[in-house]
Design a protein. Structure first.
Length: 157
């Protein structure tokens, strides 16, 4: 909670808790339904915070499920991000003095990359919205909504 002069702003992050049962099924307790790894990918892409716990022990197993998603994705050569060379280099950093630094570097690099990607996408959307075609499209949408709201046009139907 942040206090700015006389205003109080509460930042609540909703954490979705997913339970993994011994039969390997995943259960979203917030929606009371079984889900699959594709649902987990949707949560990731929507930037929804979540945690996956073992149903019996309540142990946090999020990392192992995320690694499972990566492993399955990497099995498909068309959508593979991690080359053999990159994986070998990462493995070399385990149990080394540089392990902590590499982890921080990779995490910060990905965060910065995503932030830059979001900026570029915002700029592209702004360019399309402000292009002649984008402006024409907005005018047409306004005309259509005006037309649909006009009572005279409803009587003719």
């Amino acid at each position: 909670m942040f206090r700015l002069s006389t205003f109080t702003i509460s930042l609540e992050v909703i954490l979705v808790v997913i339970k993994k049962y011994p039969n390997r099924r995943l259960y979203d307790s917030s929606q009371s339904k079984y889900v699959n790894l594709d649902f987990i990918k949707i949560l990731i892409n929507d930037r929804t915070e979540f945690k996956i716990v073992d149903s019996k022990t309540e142990a946090d197993i999020t990392k192992s499920v995320l690694l499972q998603i990566i492993s399955e994705s990497e099995a498909n050569e068309q959508q593979s991000l991690l080359t053999d060379v990159l994986l070998k280099q990462l493995i070399r950093f385990y149990d080394s003095d540089m392990e902590v630094f590499v982890r921080q570097y990779l995490e910060q690099s990905i965060v910065q990359f995503i932030a830059q990607q979001d900026k570029v996408q915002g700029l592209m959307k702004n360019m399309v919205d402000n292009s002649p075609i984008g402006m024409f499209s907005k005018i047409m949408e306004q005309n259509m909504s005006t037309w649909n709201l006009n009572p005279k046009n409803k009587k003719d139907s």
